[in-house]
Design a binder for this molecule. Structure first.
Ligand code: ENO
Ligand code: FE2
Length: 387
């Protein structure tokens, strides 16, 4: 025996006219409608009389479960689309086609039945998750275990048409390079410890900041303390985590706090966001000029540093030494830091109504830090924007 059946749970029917059957079951056969699952795309209605339970599923005329007036989708899409706890009926006419059994151990039954040659047409497994609050403002972390799940994203999500093809196209942004938190003054150490103790994050040195006080930029108008941490060095070592794309680099986390009594970006964020939180996300691109060009054409607004940034003699030399075209960088507002290896960055204007969350594009040419020079230039560009 591969599976121990405890009891029959329900019978599932797939029909094109749910209203008609629902009406008949309620009014004629005296079933009670006791549970429903209504989504934009489908209806699943559960009727009971005594212990007999019928689940009525809406069947599109094309045999495409629960998806009315849309193109048929490959089978793995259906569970997410409509038929929870069932697979779509491919049958050309209305049908009662699933007798659901309650069993003791689904996972064990599944494995044993499979060993005995049974097929599970739409089995994609399940995910388990829990959401926890972090110590940074309103930041939460959903912890998710997808090891039992074979689908591409998450149960309940429908892949869009042509999604796979789009994924195979080369994209300007390849991954999240870092996430920067705006933290309240004096809290970075506590945040670091929290991530170190709970998740094994490791401190990561930005720029000669091998002390507990982090990397301090103590220039009037900036006044920032930065610390960085990361959860895994798979990017650097070329290893990849199970479930991660091959050689997917780990994301770094930057903690930015304001030195006391400063008026700067971090304090603006804290005021307007009304809590500590994610200030910006650094998106990695292998060709920042191309990426900015494409995004600007598409309507993204980026900050530009003052034009003098590109004509300062030292900067011009750095740009040329890096093999970059100063005019192109200027045209797209791209900042370059020789740190001593090269780092190119550009920052968008805030995405929301409040002056809070923004994005950054970053291209690294050997550098793994965050350019101090760029932070100063960013500050100058923001000042110009605010003046
Ligand atoms: O330089 C970067 O990309 C950082 O992430 C560091 C940083 C943090 C906070 C700021 O307000 C500006 C820069
Ligand atoms: Fe950043």
């Amino acid at each position: 025996m591969a599976a121990y059946v405890r009891r029959m749970h329900h019978v599932s029917l797939h029909v094109s006219n749910v209203d008609k059957l629902a009406n008949d079951l309620s009014n004629k056969f005296k079933f009670n409608l006791f549970a429903t699952r209504l989504t934009e795309r489908t209806r699943q209605l559960a009727f009971r009389t005594g212990s007999a339970v019928f689940v009525v599923n809406e069947r599109a005329n094309r045999g495409d479960c629960g998806r009315l007036n849309v193109e048929p989708q490959p089978p793995e899409h259906h569970q997410a689309a409509g038929c929870l706890y069932d697979i779509p009926s491919r049958h050309p006419v209305d049908t009662a086609c699933n007798v659901c059994f309650e069993v003791d151990d689904v996972h064990g039954s599944y494995e044993a039945l499979r060993r005995m040659g049974c097929s599970f047409p739409d089995h994609q497994g399940q995910v388990t998750y829990a959401v926890l609050r972090s110590v940074v403002g309103n930041v939460c972390h959903t912890l998710i275990d997808k090891s039992e799940y074979l689908g591409s994203f998450l149960p309940g999500f429908l892949e869009t048409e042509g999604g796979q093809e789009k994924q195979n196209r080369p994209e300007a942004v390849t991954h999240v390079d870092h996430i920067t938190y705006a933290c309240a003054t004096g809290t970075s150490q506590q945040v670091l410890s929290w991530y170190q103790q709970l998740f094994g994050f490791q401190r990561f040195f930005i720029h000669n900041d091998e002390t507990d006080s982090g990397f301090v930029i103590n220039q009037k108008g900036i006044g920032l303390r930065l610390s960085a941490m990361e959860y895994w060095k798979c990017g650097e070592s070329g290893l990849s985590l199970p479930g991660a794309r091959q050689n997917e680099p780990g994301c770094k986390f930057v903690l930015a706090e304001s030195l006391p009594d400063q008026s700067n970006q971090v304090n603006t964020f804290l005021e307007e966001h009304q809590a500590a939180g994610v200030q910006h996300i650094g998106l990695y691109t292998g060709d920042i000029v191309e990426a900015v060009r494409g995004m600007t054409d598409a309507g993204v607004c980026f900050f530009s540093p003052p034009p003098a940034y590109y004509t300062e003699l030292g900067k011009l030399r750095e740009i040329e030494d890096a093999g970059q075209d100063a005019q192109k960088l200027a045209q797209h507002g791209v900042l370059l830091d020789a740190d001593p290896q090269y780092l190119l960055q550009v920052f968008t204007k805030p995405l929301f109504v409040e002056d809070t969350f923004f994005l950054e594009l970053i291209e690294r040419q050997g550098s793994s830090g965050f350019g101090e020079g760029n932070i100063r230039a960013l500050w100058r560009s923001v000042q110009v924007y605010m003046d």
